[in-house]
Design a protein around this ligand. Sequence first.
Ligand code: ATP
Length: 356
Amino acid sequence: MSVRLTNVAKSFGAFNVIKDVSMDIPDGGFAVFVGPSGCGKSTLLRMIAGLEETSSGMISIEGQDVTQMEPAKRGVAMVFQNYALYPHLSVFENMAFSLRLARAPKEDVLRRVGEASRILQLDEQLQKKPSQLSGGQRQRVAIGRAIVRQPKVFLFDEPLSNLDAELRVQMRLELTRLHRQLGATMIYVTHDQVEAMTLADKIFVLKGGILQQAGAPLELYDNPDNRFVAGFIGSPAMNFLPARVSGQKDGMATLTLSEGEHSLEAPISQALEIGQAVEIGIRPEHFRLGDSGIKVNVEVAEELGDVSYLYARTVGGREVIVQRQGSRQRLDGTTVCLTADANKILVFDSKGERLR
Ligand code: ATP
């Protein structure tokens, strides 16, 4: 079911945690709210769940206004980071809990818990207590508890953050499969941009309670609206270099780096002022090594076989990361020159807004 937020705001006392957020999550979509700690993503999710009241604005699910509706009636199910399992109950009873509470017929309980445990490969674990399970299995039980309720919308609050790196990758794939299998709308909160990129079909980037940009993962990667989104999405992160506008002609701007005399060209059609301070953004994989360009000293080269990362410094001491594909040439301790194609260079104004 589709979820829509219209001008939603939330304050705790004088503190405005969410400032006028509007968003559309399509039916069957996998939406991810991502942003740094404290940006308000959990608060937003809790408002959709009905666990937190909105200060203003409207939340609707499948076209119905649910802003004032109590949580149990909204048709949503939430999966928490700490699993919130009952330690004294078996896996079966943990999953059956909400159905028993709703006095569901015994056959329904058996059937629904059976289905959920098959989907989540928990059939063998049904008689165990949570303490006898691995972290990944516990998380699956928590998801199973949501599945048996057959919600219209699944809400996940950082469900993988207590798992180790390997298990997180595995659970990420399982969540993607689960989403395809159930076809339900899912909304997922994380501060991990890799998780956001891999899970989402639509990412909502938040900062300071303000929605910075919404879009498909690669849309945000290729076409960030501002410096914050550009720097937040992508790993290793985009490189930023301060520069000044030194010319503009026929939709091409010439940008001279503040350090050294090197200039780069970037396609920008909006009018710029000569001398205007800007910041140039270049992704690590978009740097090329050339005979001339931005001079950097390679301090450390990480060789991973198929790919290598050069951790380098400009003459003025600014750190730059370069990603190279397929090359095994040892470059530690050498000086190299970097360039990038004009269409791979992003430019931001002094407020961090993208210049196009
Ligand atoms: P994290 O990733 O650290 O969980 P988040 O983006 O999910 O962060 P929220 O948990 O939504 O952030 O919190 C946003 C801000 O609102 C934080 O500064 C937090 O301290 C504050 N906050 C959250 N709940 C309350 C509350 N009940 N009363 C007062 N302030 C609150």
